[in-house]
Write a protein of this length. Structure first.
Length: 157
């Protein structure tokens, strides 16, 4: 993926509207203290690293750190909220995840998406699309990369 910021996404995409090389981005979202505390308490991430600002500072972090699982959840939510999968996304099949840099309360995130693979299934009414999703902060720094594969409806079937 290049370092140039892709265009903002604007409509749903069926299988044939997602050729390899297609790039787009989500809207932005600022991570709040409420997001952090709701996530760690709901999901059992009761680690002092996330709950205690002093512990985070002692470990060398410059602010309230966000768990990678929350960053991934927010990023996936931004992709879904973009409308790209509305009416076409059938299943999340799996993928890889790499955390590249910490995310802190107050950071503003967006996701840059690039289609890296697409193949029609033997049924012909759906395909599998794999994307490289780069999560970037307000400074354009890469903080996470995940590569989901999804079952996508073929709108032309």
């Amino acid at each position: 993926m290049t370092d140039s910021r892709p265009a903002l996404f604007s409509h749903c995409l069926g299988f044939h509207q997602q050729p390899v090389g297609l790039r787009w981005r989500t809207g932005r979202r600022t991570v709040t203290e409420f997001d952090l505390m709701s996530f760690v308490s709901t999901c059992g991430f009761n680690e002092s690293l996330f709950m205690d600002a002093e512990v985070a500072a002692e470990l060398g972090f410059a602010g309230r750190i966000i768990p990678g699982a929350l960053t991934m959840s927010l990023a996936e939510g931004m992709v879904i909220s973009s409308g790209a999968l509305t009416g076409t996304g059938m299943a999340f099949l799996g993928g890889n995840l790499e955390t590249k840099a910490p995310v802190f309360v107050g950071d503003t995130l967006e996701v840059w998406v690039e289609v890296t693979a697409a193949r029609m299934t033997s049924r012909g009414d759906r395909g599998v699309v794999t994307t490289r999703n780069e999560v970037r902060n307000q400074r354009g720094e890469l903080v996470m990369v995940f590569t989901p594969s999804r079952m996508i409806k073929n709108l032309e079937a």
